[in-house]
Design a protein around this ligand. Structure first.
Ligand code: XLS
Ligand code: CA
Ligand code: CA
Length: 437
């Protein structure tokens, strides 16, 4: 039985198609820089936004109209599994991602929650087998339930720490059972509100301990997923410990975890941190930890995590540029951690939203490929830094220069000349490339 009877299979029709149920740019088998679009992009559906979110906001209840709305919690969970695989099939999306509580309702006890999860995981496994769809990543939700009011791995309450550890242990077992390519840690409640009642050092040490336990356990059970940690600067906590890529990297290095983790970089989290998405991707890339992305966008006029579907071509182009420069995302992918607007409450909107996001990334990929192929930015950057290729600059880079040798050089080098950065001209060039593909 179809849960989305009004939606046909979405095909690539190309630029100029007026069919809203068609891709205009995402052509999975089209080869770009030696790989198909499907291989480059590794799209994933975010279970929580697409099948669980109902459109609530601080001023109103849900608006989404779904066929499973009136079912009991377990039946609802089962219907959502069907919906997930039908949507993936119709949109030709190969991967999905979920938190434990997205797929199965929490029980009255931890044991009951695990039992519910086992039932649904078996169903997910059957569906994955029959459809060939894969799990990009799973994760444990350690932030929604009131028990996490003071944090999970960074709580003041050791009982909550133990509960969190048990939940992560189960998450790793589920990931293994479903062959997840990655496992994500996003510390929603891992932060603090005020230093007046916080032992920051103990909290961070405990978080380091928890992540080491997870690394050890994954090894013990032979779960070889790539571990990912996802930075976010605020919401829900005022001071989030994993503020941005650079902060998270320092944490991983301090606690001897860098070799076990990469980063899952989300666009909206980047902008909340006061960075561009490409900045965060770049920081991760040059440090060798760019693992996966949560593809969405914020709203410049709103200061919160709106998780909109990505449609800004400038951002998708520069994001894909970083990904191409990274040599791809490896086991990672492009996960649509994005939700339809509250006013887009029909089932069809779920499809239109994914089509918009997939086309925007496909178009970004094509533009980025052109930037790479024609070495547009490489040439600009190489030219701009050419003073480090010879003379005194080469001495600095090679380590030959000392303060004394630089003083001797500077004393006789008058006047110093700088060159224009030509930023407006460069932006116009990038615009031309985005228009042209
Ligand atoms: C919330 C986060 C979350 C993570 C997974 O803002 O984006 O959804 O991706 O827990
Ligand atoms: Ca995310
Ligand atoms: Ca978000």
């Amino acid at each position: 039985m179809s849960l989305f009877p009004n939606v046909p299979k979405i095909q690539y029709e190309g630029r100029g198609s007026k069919n809203p149920f068609a891709f205009k740019h995402y052509n999975p088998q089209e080869v770009v820089l030696g790989k198909t679009m499907e291989e480059h992009l590794r799209f994933a559906v975010a279970y929580w936004h697409t099948f669980v979110a109902s459109g609530t906001d601080p001023f109103g209840v849900g608006t989404a109209v779904r066929s499973w709305d009136s079912l009991s919690p377990m039946d609802k969970a089962k219907a959502r599994v069907e919906a997930n695989f039908e949507l993936m099939e119709k949109l030709n999306i190969p991967f999905y991602c979920f938190h434990d509580v997205d797929v199965a309702p929490e029980g009255a006890t931890l044991a009951e929650s695990f039992k519910n999860l086992d039932t649904i995981v078996a169903l997910l496994k059957d569906n994955m087998k029959s459809t060939g769809k894969k799990l990009l990543w799973n994760t444990a939700n350690l932030f929604t339930n009131p028990r996490y009011v003071h944090g999970a791995g960074t709580t003041n309450n050791a009982d909550v720490f133990a509960y969190s550890a048990a939940t992560i242990k189960k998450g790793l077992e589920v990931g293994k059972e479903l062959g997840a390519a990655n496992y994500v840690f996003w510390g929603g409640r891992e932060g603090y509100e005020s230093l007046l009642n916080t032992d920051m050092k103990l909290e961070l040490d405990n978080l380091g301990r928890l992540l080491h336990m997870a690394v050890d356990y994954a090894k013990e059970i032979g779960f070889d997923a790539q571990f990912l940690i996802e930075p976010k600067p605020k919401e829900p906590t005022k001071h989030q410990y994993d503020f941005d890529a650079a902060t998270t990297l320092a944490f991983l290095q301090n606690y001897g975890l860098k070799e076990h983790f990469k980063l899952n970089i989300e666009a909206n989290h980047a902008t909340l941190a006061g960075h561009t998405f490409e900045h965060e991707l770049h920081v991760a890339r040059i440090n060798g930890v760019l693992g996966s992305i949560d593809a969405n966008q914020g709203d410049v006029l709103l200061g919160w995590d709106t998780d909109e579907f990505p449609t800004d071509l400038y951002t998708t182009t520069l994001a894909m540029y970083e990904i191409l420069k990274n040599g791809g995302l490896g086991r990672g992918g492009v996960n649509f951690d994005a939700k339809v607007r509250r006013s887009s409450f029909d089932d069809e909107d779920l499809f239109f939203a994914h089509i918009a996001g997939m086309d925007s990334y496909a178009r970004g990929l094509k533009a980025a490929a052109k930037l790479v192929e024609e070495r547009v930015l490489d040439e600009i950057v190489e030219r701009r830094y050419r003073s480090f290729q010879e003379g005194i600059g080469a001495d600095i880079v090679s380590g030959k220069a000392t303060l004394a040798s630089l003083e001797a050089y500077a004393l006789q080098n008058n006047p110093i000349r700088n060159e224009s950065g030509r930023l407006e001209q460069i932006r116009a060039t990038v615009n031309e490339i985005i228009f042209s593909v």
